[in-house]
Design a protein around this ligand. Structure first.
Ligand SMILES: NC(=O)c1ccc[n+]([C@@H]2O[C@H](COP(=O)([O-])OP(=O)(O)OC[C@H]3O[C@@H](n4cnc5c(N)ncnc54)[C@H](OP(=O)(O)O)[C@@H]3O)[C@@H](O)[C@H]2O)c1
Length: 245
């Protein structure tokens, strides 16, 4: 069933957390991975650890040209692109009343426009080859209202609505592009680092520490979705700690 052998898979947000672990798990199962993030030293270390089945590019998902260069690198190094895991994201947090407008716009640039830049870069390939797989990291926050994280929640609802609408278009257009939305609950990564110190942040940190899952919970879900035969579309996967409400 594990059918990722020789698949070429692009992973954004590969320098830490979910993206890093997913790249490792996919590569361990025979995939060729193309790693994207801004922290080049982290990417270089990961690519060295994986070996010849990895390539990397220092790249910012908010920059459309960077995403085009990422697809070009995958084609140059491995000859094709089979799947993309659009996973890069930030979660600065805060109530709307705090008016942290720069944070709002940062989330729009990375969590929304970053995903769209990634899709715009890869879609010409997928449409031409009439196959491909787009996996996006939404969040449990993309399935409900989240006070204290309103804009983040909005960005994660956006990717859900957009990708599922795209899935239907692809069916109607006959391009056979598979789509998967992953909705993680609390996963122990560096995601909370960008939240400004506060009492709420400390509570969230405690919860993640006590209850949060390791990133392999999501990596294994991505592996499962990508491993399916071409006529099986795993459209939605919520993966959360058993002890998360
Ligand atoms: N951890 C959780 O509990 C949880 C729950 C639900 C959803 N998620 C989602 O999971 C995804 C991965 O987050 P994580 O938990 O693994 O956190 P993380 O360890 O902080 O990883 C975030 C990744 O995104 C990359 N990134 C951020 N801004 C970027 C940009 N402008 N261009 C390119 N890469 C960028 C970071 O790399 P650089 O800084 O090196 O660029 C890093 O590799 C995010 O979309 C997040 O919203 C996480």
């Amino acid at each position: 069933m594990q059918n990722v052998e020789n698949k070429v898979i692009i992973v954004t947000g590969a320098s830490s957390g979910i993206g890093e672990e997913t790249a490792k798990v996919l590569a361990k199962n025979g995939a060729k991975v193309v790693l994207s993030a801004r922290r080049e030293d982290r990417l270089e270390k990961l690519a060295t650890e994986i070996g010849e089945n990895a390539a990397y590019l220092k790249s910012d998902v908010a920059n459309a040209d960077d995403m085009k260069n990422l697809i070009a690198l995958a084609k140059e190094k491995f000859g094709k692109v089979d799947a993309v895991f659009a996973n890069a994201g930030i979660m600065p947090g805060g109530n709307m009343s705090e008016l942290k407008v720069d944070d709002w716009m940062g989330m729009v640039d990375i969590n929304i426009k970053g995903v769209l830049n990634t899709m715009a870069a890869v879609l010409p390939e997928f449409i031409a080859q009439k196959s491909g797989h787009i996996i996006i990291t939404s969040s449990v926050a993309g399935t409900k209202s989240v006070p204290g994280n309103a804009v983040y929640s909005g960005t994660k609802h956006f990717v859900r609505a957009m990708l599922d609408s795209f899935r239907t278009e692809s069916v109607l257009e006959g391009t056979n592009i598979r789509t998967t939305l992953i909705y993680p609950g609390a996963i122990k990564t560096e995601l909370l680092n960008t939240i400004a110190p506060s009492e709420t942040k400390s509570m969230v940190e405690d919860f993640y520490k006590n209850v949060g899952l390791e990133s392999d919970a999501i990596a294994n879900a991505v592996l499962f979705a990508v491993s399916q035969p071409d006529n099986v579309d795993i459209s939605d996967m919520i993966v959360r700690p058993t002890r998360e409400v």
